[in-house]
Ligand binder design. Structure first.
Ligand SMILES: [Zn+2]
Length: 332
């Protein structure tokens, strides 16, 4: 039996302003972990960090799949704990990558609160980075604290995300997330955005139906969804989950996305990007590193690829840049 393939399933509730999706990251998630474990500079993630990153990747995939946008969605949390940054990035073709920075001891019961948001200054940011950017165009970014309005700190990625979607996008969302070393999975239920609502919603969807019954539908379905236990999400197949939770609802399912059309591991790093980074640091700093270490070495934190520029390579980076017309910007 081959390795299970990552899958994304989307569905709607007929006649109701509610949509849903379930993601199961298997091979894509295992590739993230395998590359990290193979990185001799870092070693494998401690289990609580693995859980947090897996849940963030599942969440980012669910969110990326719910918007119409040609670019990457980057879900990021940062703070002043022993894990200062966790990043999950999903491209328009569902290519995904993720990484966490570990800077201190990680307690076995660590969560967002103790690992990232230690002193309450932590933030969650969601960035929409367009694939092609017009001159002067900024990436869209929404940022919220890692605590609710009463300053109660979040412990789970799912709480944080539901809060973000409501606070920043005015979208009611229910999320169940879970991850272990084999699987990162998530269930998302969302009230469809009304017209003019939400920045992440992309194309606006008109509300369908009317009346109290339709208005209450989201609450009912979200309550059913939130009854799903993490253990069930990690062990049951998608058909079983949908049947068990929503057997009384008229669920319309779409063709599952798997393989190249589904979530898959992909890193967007390249030698050209590293060259632009070296260019960005400037010739004086590049030379200082070359004198000190002989090479400029950059390891990709997402895929563990190693890029090495010696003095000749680095000189070429600056020579090429010098040949560009004055005032022309370097392409991104
Ligand atoms: Zn990479």
């Amino acid at each position: 039996m081959g390795m299970p393939v990552s899958e994304l399933h989307k569905f709607v509730f007929e006649g109701l302003p509610v949509r849903g999706a379930i993601v199961r990251l298997t091979d894509a998630w295992q590739e993230v972990l395998r590359r990290r474990a193979a990185n001799s500079a870092t070693g494998a993630y401690p289990v609580p960090v693995q859980t947090m990153l897996g849940e963030m990747l599942a969440a980012a995939t669910l969110m990326r799949s719910s918007i119409k946008f040609d670019g990457a969605l980057i879900l990021q949390i940062f703070g002043d704990g022993p894990v200062p940054v966790v990043v999950a990035e999903v491209g328009p073709d569902l290519g995904l990558r993720g990484a966490a920075t570990v800077k201190g001891p990680v307690p076995s019961d660590g969560n967002i609160d103790s690992l990232v948001n230690l002193n309450g200054h932590g933030r969650c940011a969601i960035t929409l980075d367009p694939r092609t950017r017009q001159p002067g165009q900024q990436a869209y970014q929404g940022v919220v604290p890692l605590a609710d309005a009463s300053h109660v700190k979040f412990t789970r990625v799912s709480e944080m995300l539901a809060h973000y979607m409501l606070q920043s996008e005015q979208l009611e969302t229910c999320v169940v997330l879970a991850a272990n070393e084999h699987l990162a999975a998530g269930l998302l239920i969302q009230r469809l955005p009304g017209q003019g609502m939400g920045n992440l919603s992309g194309s606006m969807v008109e509300r369908v139906g009317d009346g109290d019954e339709v208005e209450d539908a989201y609450d009912r379905i979200a309550m059913l969804a939130s009854s799903l236990k993490q253990e069930e999400l990690l062990t049951l197949d998608v058909d079983t989950i949908v049947r068990r939770l929503f057997w009384q609802e008229a669920v319309q399912r779409f063709e599952p996305q798997t393989g190249v059309l589904g979530p898959h591991f992909a890193c967007s790093c390249s030698r050209e990007r590293v060259a632009r980074m070296i260019l960005g640091m400037g010739q004086a700093e590049a030379n200082a590193i070359l004198i000190e270490r002989g090479n400029i070495e950059v390891n990709c934190e997402f895929c563990a690829a190693q890029y090495r520029f010696d003095a000749v390579d680095a000189a070429q980076v600056f020579t090429k840049a010098g040949q560009l017309a004055p005032g022309s910007s370097t392409p991104h």
